[in-house]
Design a binder for this molecule. Structure first.
Ligand SMILES: [Zn+2]
Ligand SMILES: [Zn+2]
Length: 154
């Protein structure tokens, strides 16, 4: 497995929230679902799933936004309202970090894309694997192994 050149630093748009990533992502994804289109104000959201001990907020205040559901929390900068990361029981304790917050996101390319059923016309993500909806639970082992082998890295 090649070097991930960790740790990585990240910040929100205004720079008040600073974050540090110190473990390789389990996988990276683009999601075209209706919810992600609204959350991101874009055609799709970008995610890196990180183990909980591989992610920390170093400075700045965050707040919960979006749907305020018990099982999943979306964290935002209190000042610039950038969507930073997502936590909650639905993620099995992992952190879904938004890789566009990286100081250097120039190498970021999603390994999988989900919900292509809702993909807007003309949109292309460069993902290796595509799923019409969310992949089933028994597919994740294969996704994580494939990403460790050939997922984009800096
Ligand atoms: Zn989505
Ligand atoms: Zn901010």
């Amino acid at each position: 497995m090649s070097d991930w050149k960790l740790p990585w630093t990240a910040s929100c748009l205004c720079g008040q929230v600073k974050m540090r990533i110190s473990a390789p992502p389990l996988f990276s994804a683009a999601c075209h679902c209706d919810g992600c289109q609204k959350l991101s104000s874009g055609a799709y959201s970008l995610t890196m799933m990180l183990p909980p001990d591989g992610f920390e907020v170093l400075s700045g205040d965050t707040e919960i936004g979006a749907m305020h559901r018990a099982e999943i929390q979306h964290h935002y900068c209190t000042h610039c309202k950038s969507w930073l990361f997502t936590t909650g029981a639905l993620l099995g304790g992992n952190v879904n970090f938004r890789p566009t917050m990286l100081e250097d996101a120039s190498w970021v390319r999603p390994y999988v894309e989900t919900w292509t059923a809702a993909k807007l016309p003309g949109v292309s993500t460069g993902a290796t694997l595509s799923f019409e909806k969310f992949p089933t639970q028994d597919t994740f082992g294969e996704i994580i192994r494939g990403h460790a082998r050939e997922g984009a890295r800096p």
